[in-house]
Design a protein around this ligand. Sequence first.
Ligand SMILES: Cc1ncc(COP(=O)(O)O)c(C=O)c1O
Length: 466
Amino acid sequence: MSISTLDNNTSTAGRTELAAGDNPLLAVTGADLQAPLVSGGAVRYANLDYGASAPALVDVAEHLNDVLPYYASVHRGAGYASQVSTSVYENARGIVRTFLGGRADDAVIFTRNTTDALNLLAGCLPAGSADVVYLDIEHHANLLPWQQVPHRSVVAANTIAGTLSALESELATGNVALLAVTGASNVTGEVLPLRELSTLAHRHGARIVVDAAQLAPHRRIDLAADDIDYLAFSGHKLYAPFGAGVLIGRPDWLDAGRPHLAGGGAVQEARLDSVTWATGPARHEGGSPNVLGAATLARAAQILGSLDEDRWQEHEQALRSSLVEGLIQLPGVTVHTLFQDAANYPGTGTIGVVNFSIAGYDAGLAAAYLSAEHGVGVRDGRFCAHPLLRRLGLPSGSLRASFGVGSRRDDADRLVAGVAALLETGPRVDYVVDEGRWVPANDNRSYPAWAPNTPGTAGAAPCSLT
Ligand SMILES: Cc1ncc(COP(=O)(O)O)c(C=O)c1O
């Protein structure tokens, strides 16, 4: 497999040596997209919203084009294209298992996304099961499915040590079936100590599920080494935005659990008023599978899996440092974090997510300004983590810049320069609230000819609104 790795930090005679983070590490689609400005003209779009949905890797998009001519039904056809499609789909499971360091018998189930995967697992808790325990820092995807089964929540402390100890106390009270934790916070980007958490869960007779929606695109994961029972992630955050996600984990609960999608493919035998369900991934994958989603997700997993880990981490940490150092020197800017003792926990630290507020500016207004006047895309709001934002004293939200292998230092510099200009001179145009979102009062920016031309109305995400 050849990968389009970009020449990030090699030096050539006569050329200035590049530092980690100066250039993208891998080529992504849309890297040179032009974003129109409200004042006229256009600039290269600085995409600092990878945490919501990352752009496709160019290799992944090319792989999609390779697979498309062979696209046909999976598990349902004797034709050549059907057989190729079935093979691509089934092989994707093994690629994902390898990418995550899974055990040989771990089930790999393709879902729509992380939300779907965690809901699937919630439906497979053994009947009459004990409680699920989760932290208050979770994304709604790792919170709301557990509210529908017996559950208990634990407030995270401002240290990892304190958080582990609060979880330990809760688990020690007994009757816990599952500990549900995020691998990395989608709000602050801080990574949790997975090995310590799985040891803790197992010591008290519980299993552990990791929501790796944010972790998987940034860090190498080793399910077997960290003794993690279940893990979920989404292709669209892993540079493969074609509609697939994954739940991987121990097969016993999954083989006995309620089929996630009742329908064709999920059965061994159906009768008029009864059914014998299949076991294995098929039990939960009723209906025609998303072969292109699985193929592209597997391709992204192969590419990230073959990246040099040091180079990968240097790239992301260099960008994070640029951003954080640039932002905190600005008056009134606060960068939000949860834990004060990450240095004591090897393998934790922070992924490519920086959460911040600007004193005197509503997060929604600042995000609209950065987009309209600087062509910088960030996320604002409550990040589908309402309990945490409430506890952090940010009930109307904050700003989040997130980045990855396709990002470059100029993206970080553009954000810092945009915030500095806001603090110095304020916005140059007027903004109003339209349907709950800040937008320029007079917005003439147009969309591509093939897209509905209604600037300002996109992005009213329910999770953003207060
Ligand atoms: C930590 C975390 N978990 C779960 C999700 C849900 O992912 P999806 O929308 O792909 O289901 C997200 C999405 O932002 C996330 O950041």
